[in-house]
Write a protein that binds this ligand. Structure first.
Ligand code: PMP
Length: 452
């Protein structure tokens, strides 16, 4: 039973004592008490199917008993050891995590959040290359430290203060909303009906590459590019996928010019996209730096950066220290998450249930013109709602919110995102079943019918 503060007190304290910029989901905010696998329970004991996983964070399921056991055992032995000492857990975990990565990505730095991981990757890229400028994609999200606010491209996350220097953006190669399309090239079991004139190589992709090369010529200093950054599928941006070969070609251009490729796997890592353990593998590249967070710790504050020994040596010019990075509890969580993903075959489940859900949502799209696009891979899914499927004008936010709130009333938690807030984001704990997928589609259908 719930023994916490009454609902009204939570409202008052949130207004008075908490960060006023906090986003709070739902007109009557959800007050959570418990979680178990793919389920959440509020303080009145009402159950919800969690198809958003705390923003794509709970990977192996809420309160997984194996993690609870492992953590409490570790807490009884040693709760904190800074990494200035030897401790078996940080060593075991660094070795196991590096085994999931290709090539010479064998050197791991442990930090505590995705923003911190990307911030460290920036320092690493600049120290190693001796260059300053970086490019990211419009509509990307890489975090909220002061530096990362400049790498991120969405004004909802930008304060009216001067940004940091050396950050440039290139056109987002978005196959649904971008100016050149490219839907048919998308690396997804789901395709939409916009015809792309590709003959083998994706023409839209090539135009976006040309645009990227323009940015290099016009924006980047003679010193050259330090790094290019991309999520393997954009998360906060609304499950945006790129034309086939785009990432591989950009990767090759960046490498030819002596820059580094940074893959942000904060949302797409750890098997979520189904076909691969890491999202970048679908693009056929091996990045120079990989940043990871969220699913790595199943909700525990744990994040990491992986790179090659050569790049890591660039960062050895000064001491690098992080009090909590790689603490025994965090590493115990990380090791156990890896074990569970393997034992419960969660990557294969992402592929099977994710594809089933994508196809069911595509069928729903054929019945409701308000659904402009269904996209994604594995259990990283976006459903874009529009006013008109021809013009693709984003659905009016009030209408969107009604649909989304109605889903919650029926016991379904889904996310929202995209630049215009009109994309339903579905990224559940990776243990969801086909029955959960059916429930999700039924509830969304009910909400769409009610919306008229
Ligand atoms: N990168 C991506 C792709 C993300 O989605 C996020 C968080 N939404 C971050 C980085 C930042 O992670 P954190 O909130 O842990 O700082």
């Amino acid at each position: 039973p719930y023994k916490g503060l009454p609902y009204d007190d939570l409202t008052t304290i949130r207004r008075t004592n908490l960060n006023p910029a906090l986003t709070t989901y739902y007109s009557k905010p959800l007050a959570l008490h418990q979680g178990y696998k793919q389920w959440l329970f509020d303080i009145d004991g009402r159950r919800y199917l969690d198809m958003f996983a705390g923003v794509c964070t709970v990977s192996v399921g809420h309160c997984h008993p194996k993690i609870t056991r492992a953590v409490s055992e570790q807490m009884e032995i040693l709760g904190h050891a800074t990494n200035i000492y030897y401790h078996t857990k940080i060593h075991e975990y660094a070795m196991k995590l590096s085994e999931t990565l290709p090539g010479s990505l064998k050197c791991i730095y442990f930090v505590n959040s995705g923003s911190e991981a990307n911030d460290l990757a920036l320092l690493m890229a600049r120290s190693y290359t001796g260059r300053f400028d970086v490019i990211s994609l419009k509509n990307c999200y890489h975090g909220m430290t002061y530096q990362m606010m400049s790498l991120t491209s969405n004004n909802h996350y930008k304060y009216p203060v001067p940004g940091s220097a050396g950050f440039f953006k290139t056109l987002n190669p978005d196959v649904y909303n971008g100016i050149w399309g490219g839907n048919k090239c998308r690396d997804s079991p789901v395709q939409t009906d916009r015809i792309c004139s590709c003959t083998g190589e994706c023409e839209a992709g090539l135009k976006y590459i040309e645009q990227f090369e323009n940015e290099l010529n016009y924006q980047i200093s003679k010193n050259g590019l330090a790094a290019f950054w991309a999520e393997s599928i954009q998360g906060v941006g609304g499950a945006v996928q790129y034309p086939k070969n785009y990432i591989r070609r950009v990767h090759d251009i960046v490498k030819n010019q002596g820059g580094l490729f940074v893959a942000d796997e904060v949302q797409t890592g750890f098997g979520r996209t189904g076909d691969h353990f890491w999202g970048f593998e679908a693009h056929g590249i091996v990045p120079d730096i990989v940043t990871m967070a969220k699913g790595i710790g199943n909700g525990y504050p744990l994040a990491a950066v992986a790179t090659t020994p050569a790049i890591a040596s660039g960062l050895a010019k000064a001491g690098h220290f992080n009090t909590f990075g790689g603490n025994p509890i965090a590493c115990t969580v990380g090791i156990t998450v890896l074990e569970i993903i393997g034992e419960e075959k969660l990557q294969a489940n992402c592929k099977e249930v994710g594809t089933y859900l994508l196809l069911a949502l595509l069928h729903l799209k054929s019945k409701f013109p308000i659904i402009g696009d269904v996209r994604g891979k594995g259990l990283m899914i976006g459903v874009e709602l529009v006013e008109d499927s021809k013009t693709r004008k984003p659905l009016n936010p009030e209408k969107f919110l009604k649909i989304w709130e109605h889903c919650r009333d029926l016991g379904l938690i889904i996310g929202k995102g995209g630049l215009f807030g009109n994309v339903i984001r579905i990224k559940p704990p990776m243990c969801v079943t086909k029955e959960d997928a059916d429930f999700t589609v039924d509830v969304i259908e009910h909400a769409l019918i009610r919306q008229g």
